[in-house]
Design a protein around this ligand. Structure first.
Ligand code: GDP
Ligand code: IMO
Ligand code: MG
Length: 431
């Protein structure tokens, strides 16, 4: 048995969905530990593309139990819609999906608050997904949050909705006029969320107890992170981050597992870097190189459709992520996207105020003043799309992958050469 966390090592969208789906083959349970429907995890199976937002990316494997941990924030309407889409594709999910009773709920006023606070931030906006993530986690930490279990108990829900709206009322009235009036009506919100509770009731359970039992029975547990380490609330490029603990440590908190139970971490590393939303990005490429990466990598947000900003691999950020996560294994994704480049840049340090630095600077404005120091590697200029064997990779591509692994002091578990499940070079067995 083993407990393995799969973690994004950059600013999200590293290809975690594909990696989780693949590794779930050997798992008994796959559990999401944080984030919400700000995530968009893509899995492509036999040409059919699925984008999972709240449901774990293991859901497409019939014999695996998918669980949503209490570290996740759940938007019930979005979750029910995701369930409906999976059913419409012929997936039976009634027996293999469970939701933690302790997970916090994203309420309609959270979405309004998300948009209103972004508008007030003006040019300092974060570029959130507008899903209400930040305000929902703020209520959790502020101890006014509504949990999934509250959706099953009318008096609790009614009181909490009323209190929350009273606390936020004047701000909402001033800044959210004219939008979704029913979101501010305590009676209407309570009635709607009780209904969601009834629809979700068969799936709601004590996930901590479920995982404890599974661990004692020696099951293989795969823990799925959303976002990435550089978007982590503590370890990321604050304030341009999300509001949860995306790094490996978050898997213990978000699922009720002791740190000593975590056996291994798989760090998912895209072969270059992308970022959606605002915030500093030292290796960002404007012009035609950035456009080529975006076009070849189809770099458009899986949740919001926004074009992703693209740039060279940033080892400074990755080294930081590796310190935080101590990934034993790396899953290097989207290698094929680099197939056409004659030279490939790797940023190993930054120039900052006339000095060369090799770790992320601390100040909020410092990272945007950093210029990348690039090392160049020769491109392989031949197609690697769909390659499934290491020895069939061009030597220069092998060197590139090996160099990343050396710099991060980890071993390569797999290299992904296309979006489909089978477009993968598996160099080790995880389970
Ligand atoms: P996640 O949020 O980390 O799960 O990643 P996303 O699903 O948001 O973005 C990754 C995108 O790259 C998706 O469209 C995937 O289908 C696609 N993808 C994943 N691995 C590969 C790969 O090795 N090559 C290519 N070309 N696309 C990939
Ligand atoms: P997956 O799991 C990439 C970004 C947003 C914004 C910031 C805060 O698919 O990798 P939020 O709505 O969370 O308050 O937005 O975080 N962001 C992501 N970027 N991938 C994601 O998820 C993201 N989830 C949030 O674009 O910059
Ligand atoms: Mg994504």
């Amino acid at each position: 048995m083993a407990v393995v966390a799969v973690v994004g090592m950059q600013w999200g969208d590293e290809g975690k969905g594909k990696v989780v789906d693949l590794l779930t083959e050997g798992a008994d349970i796959v559990a999401r530990y944080q984030g919400g429907n700000n995530a968009g995890h893509t899995v492509v199976i036999e040409g059919v593309k699925y984008v999972l937002h709240t449901i774990p990316s293991g859901i497409l494997r019939k014999d695996v139990l998918s669980v949503i941990g209490h570290g996740v924030v759940v938007d019930p309407a979005a979750l029910l819609e995701e369930m409906r889409l999976l059913r419409a594709e012929g997936h039976k999910i009634d027996d293999n999906l469970r939701i933690s009773a302790k997970a916090h709920v994203i309420m309609p006023y959270h979405r309004l608050l998300d948009r209103a606070t972004e508008a007030l931030r003006a040019e300092r906006k974060i570029g959130t997904t507008a899903r209400g993530i930040g305000p929902a986690y703020a209520d959790k930490m502020g101890r006014s949050g509504i949990r999934v279990i509250d959706l099953l108990h009318e008096p609790t829900l009614r009181t909490k909705v009323a209190t929350n709206l009273a606390m936020k009322g004047s701000f909402l009235a001033e800044h959210c006029q004219g939008s979704e009036g029913s979101a501010l009506d305590a009676v209407a919100v309570t009635a709607q969320y009780l209904k969601f509770g009834e629809e979700l009731r068969p799936f709601i359970t004590d996930v901590d107890a479920l995982l404890q039992r599974a661990w004692r029975e020696g099951r293989n547990l795969l823990l799925e992170g959303a976002q990435g380490t550089l978007l982590d609330i503590d370890h990321g490029t604050y304030p341009y981050v999300t509001s949860s603990s995306a790094a490996a440590g978050g898997s213990c908190i978000g699922l009720g597992l002791a740190p000593s139970r975590l056996d291994q971490v798989v760090g998912v590393v895209k072969a270059y870097t992308t970022r959606v939303g605002e915030g500093p990005f030292p290796t960002e490429l404007g012009g035609s190189l950035g456009a080529t990466l975006r076009q070849r990598g189809d770099e458009f947000g899986a949740t919001t459709g926004r074009p992703r900003r693209c740039g060279w691999l940033d080892i400074v950020g990755l080294r930081h992520a590796q310190w935080i996560n101590a990934a034993r294994w790396l899953a290097i994704t989207k290698l094929d996207v680099l197939d056409t480049f004659s030279d490939i840049g790797i940023c190993t340090a930054y120039e900052y105020e006339g000095e060369r630095i090799t770790s992320l600077p601390l100040g909020e404005h410092a990272l945007s003043a950093c210029a990348p120091v690039l090392e160049w590697m020769p491109g392989w200029r031949t197609s690697t799309t769909g390659t499934t064997e290491w020895r069939k990779l061009p030597e220069k591509a092998q060197r590139y992958v090996e160099h990343i692994a050396e710099l991060l002091e980890a071993d390569v578990l797999l290299v992904s050469t296309g979006p489909q499940r089978q477009e993968t070079i598996l160099t080790h067995q995880l389970w």
